[in-house]
Ligand binder design. Structure first.
Ligand code: SF4
Length: 472
C-alpha cells in the first residue's frame, strides 16, 4: 500500500524501567516502531523522582539529537510515536502527556482510539475541566486526576474502566511504570527484558532492536506494574472476547515482529502462497508493492514458479518538505514513493501483489505507471479481503463511502483499476494464514462485525468533536 492512499496507524509505544540509559534505549525502541507513526515523537524520562520530557513534530531522528537525549537522564522512560488523526498534527498532541497533579507528576501515552471519549470529555468540561489538547488521550489524564481512588494504580484502573475501544496505555509516575491493554486486545503490547530492566513495547521488533529478550505478550485486559520490586500483574477489567486486529498481521506490524504468538514474515509469505494457489494467472513476473507487499509477493512467486522481481522501486528519501511540482507531472504523488522499473516490466505480463486496497486511487495510478513503463498485462492480487468499512479501533481509515470495495463490486473494481484481472483473499483464507480460529480476531473493516457496538456513531462524533477544535 502506498502512502498516498494508505491506512495510518495511531501510534506506537515503548517503555523501559531499570536501565540507566532509559531515554536513549527508548529513542532506539521508537525508531524501530517508526512505521506506526511518523508525525511526532516524544519521551518522558524519570530521574531522581522527577519527570522530564522532550517532544517534537517529525520522525524520531528529527525530533531527538544528542542534546535532547542528554537532557533526559534517568533509569525509566516512556516514549511514543504519533500518527496524527483525531486531534490533528500539532506539537500539542504529541505524546507522552506530562502533567502535575496532587500526587506529583504523571506522564501517559496511548496507542488506540477511545471510542467514548467525546461524551466523557463533555461531561468533564461541564464539571469545569479545562482541556488544552484535542487528542482523545487527554481524557484519560483528566479521569486519572478526577478519580476519588487513593493510589496511582486504583486511579488508573478507575479511569481505564470508564473508557471503551482500543487502548494500550503506558504511565510513569513516582516509582512505577504501568502498562495496560484493553480487554479486547485490539492493538499489540509485549513485555521484554534487557538485563535487569523491564521493557514494554507495541511490537517485539522494538525489544529486539535494543538487544532485549521478548518475554511474553501483555494479555488483553492485563495491567502490568513495574518498579524496583519487580513485576506485578493484575486483571482488573471486565473480561471480553479477544479481538486482536487481523490487519496488524496483514499490513501494520513490521514483518520481523512476532504478533499474537506468530511471526509476521512467514504469515505474509503464506498469504502470497494462498493467493497463487487460489487465484493463479499466466504471467512473466511477480512484482511486489514495496515494502509491505514484498513477503507476500515472494510467497506468490515461490508457489507459482513465476520469477520475482522488483518492478516497483520505493524511495526512502522523501522528507516532509519535498516541494511537489505542478500538475505537469502526472501521478506525481505516487511517484514520490514508488517508481516503475522499466527493465523489469516492459513487454511483460506482470502480477502485482499488494496487501490491501483502500480508496483505489493509488492502485489505479500504479497500474497506469506500469503500463506507461511498457507492461503488457497487469494482474492485481491482494492479500486481504475487500475493505468495506472503516476502523474505529486505532487505525485511520477513510469514510465508508470512500472505500473502493464499498462503492463497487469486483467487475467494476477491475474496470476502475484497468487491470486484466484482480483477486482478493477471502476472510477464511486470511484466517487460515494468520493461524487464528476465526473467533479471536477483529476483522470488522472487512466483515462489518464490529465488536464494540455502537462504536460507529460514537467514533463519528469523536472525530467531529476533535476535528472541530482549534489547533495550536
Ligand atoms: S476494524 Fe479492521 S483495522 Fe480496525 S481493528 Fe478491526 S481489523 Fe483492525
Amino acid at each position: 500500500m502506498s502512502e498516498a492512499d494508505t491506512l495510518g496507524h495511531e501510534c506506537g509505544v515503548f517503555g523501559i524501567i531499570g536501565d540507566p540509559d532509559a531515554a536513549r534505549l527508548s529513542y532506539l525502541g521508537l525508531h524501530a516502531l517508526q512505521h506506526r507513526g511518523q508525525d511526532g515523537a516524544g519521551i518522558v524520562a524519570r530521574n531522581a523522582g522527577n519527570l522530564a520530557e522532550h517532544r517534537g513534530v517529525g520522525l524520531v531522528h528529527e525530533v531527538f539529537d544528542e542534546g535532547a537525549l542528554r537532557s533526559l537522564p534517568g533509569d525509566a522512560a516512556i516514549g511514543h510515536v504519533r500518527y496524527g488523526t483525531a486531534g490533528g498534527d500539532g506539537l500539542t498532541n504529541v505524546q507522552p502527556f506530562l502533567a502535575r497533579w496532587k500526587q506529583g507528576q504523571v506522564a501517559l501515552c496511548h496507542n488506540g482510539t477511545l471510542t467514548n471519549a467525546p461524551p466523557i470529555r463533555e461531561e468533564l468540561e461541564e464539571r469545569g475541566a479545562i482541556f488544552t489538547r484535542t487528542s482523545d488521550t487527554e481524557v484519560l489524564l483528566h479521569l486519572l486526576a478526577a478519580s476519588d481512588q487513593k493510589t496511582l494504580i486504583n486511579r488508573l484502573v478507575d479511569a481505564l474502566s470508564r473508557v471503551e475501544g482500543a487502548w494500550c496505555v503506558l504511565v510513569i509516575s513516582g516509582d512505577k511504570l504501568v502498562a495496560a491493554r484493553d480487554p479486547w486486545g485490539f492493538r499489540p503490547l509485549v513485555l521484554g527484558r534487557k538485563g535487569e530492566a523491564w521493557i514494554v513495547a507495541s511490537e517485539t521488533t522494538a525489544i529486539d532492536f535494543v538487544q532485549g529478550t521478548f518475554v511474553r505478550e501483555i494479555e488483553p485486559g492485563e495491567m502490568v506494574i513495574l518498579d524496583e520490586d519487580g513485576i506485578q500483574s493484575i486483571r482488573p477489567f471486565a473480561r471480553k472476547p479477544r479481538r486482536a486486529c487481523i490487519f496488524e498481521a496483514i499490513y501494520f506490524a513490521r514483518p520481523d515482529s512476532n504478533l499474537f504468538g506468530r511471526d509476521v514474515y512467514p504469515t505474509r509469505v503464506r498469504l502470497g502462497e494462498l493467493l497463487a494457489t487460489r487465484f493463479p494467472c499466466k504471467a512473466d513476473v511477480v512484482v511486489p508493492v514495496p515494502d509491505s507487499g514484498t513477503p507476500a509477493a515472494l510467497g506468490f512467486a515461490q508457489a507459482s514458479g513465476i520469477p520475482f522481481a522488483m518492478g516497483l522501486l520505493r524511495s526512502h528519501y522523501i522528507g516532509r518538505t519535498f516541494i511537489e511540482p505542478t500538475q505537469r507531472i502526472r501521478d506525481f504523488g505516487v511517484r514520490l514513493k514508488l517508481q516503475p522499473n522499466r527493465s523489469v516490466v516492459a513487454g511483460k505480463r506482470v502480477v502485482v501483489v499488494d496487501d490491501s486496497i483502500v480508496r483505489g486511487t493509488t492502485s489505479q495510478k500504479l497500474v497506469r505507471m506500469l503500463r506507461a513503463a511498457g507492461a503488457a498485462e497487469v494482474h492485481l492480487r491482494i492479500t486481504s479481503p475487500p475493505m468495506t468499512g472503516p476502523c474505529f479501533y486505532g487505525i485511520d481509515t477513510p469514510e465508508r463511502e470512500e472505500l473502493l470495495a464499498h462503492r463497487m463490486d469486483l467487475p467494476r473494481i477491475r474496470q476502475f483499476l484497468d487491470v486484466e484481472s484482480v483477486a482478493f483473499l477471502s476472510m477464511d483464507e486470511v484466517r487460515e494464514a494468520v493461524g487464528g480460529d476465526g473467533g479471536r480476531f477483529c476483522d470488522a473493516c472487512f466483515t462489518g462485525n464490529y465488536p464494540v457496538d455502537p462504536v460507529a456513531r460514537r467514533a463519528d462524533a469523536q472525530l467531529a468533536l476533535f476535528r472541530g477544535r482549534p489547533e495550536e
